[in-house]
Design a protein around this ligand. Sequence first.
Ligand code: SF4
Ligand code: SF4
Length: 148
Amino acid sequence: MMFFKVLKLLLKKPFTNKFPVKYAPKNTLGLVEKVQKGEVKINPPVATPPGFRGKLEYDIDECVGCGLCAQVCPSHAIELVRDKKWIIMHCKEGAKLAAPLKIKIYVSRCVFCGQCVDVCPRKCLKMSDEFLLANEDKLAEDLIIPGP
Ligand code: SF4
Ligand code: SF4
């Protein structure tokens, strides 16, 4: 039984990306030049498997600001923020102007657990295939989603 399991795993395609070239280059810019000239072949990236949990995507228009995602997030990566657009809200006291709540996600804090996706009643959060997120600046523009 174990033998067949091992055999099955050996025949499976790898999920990890190989390093772009066979040997680590001494000089990255030199490598880029060689690739441009067609002197070096780059390993193509491996497709992400189904269910891959990459950078979150947020549909701000669908969000009702309930805050459930922020409550379940184990790494406090989600912040509730006021929308810049004011809307007319109808309540018991009548109509009033209010700025609805939306969210802002700090991707550098995210541990990709997917709990916010599961809990969102409006299905406005989903996990994409994007995984190239390394950055020295944890507050870089592409690491903050998106805030109103
Ligand atoms: S995936 Fe997990 S860690 Fe990332 S924002 Fe959602 S709840 Fe927080
Ligand atoms: S759970 Fe969904 S609807 Fe509620 S604040 Fe988060 S993203 Fe918006």
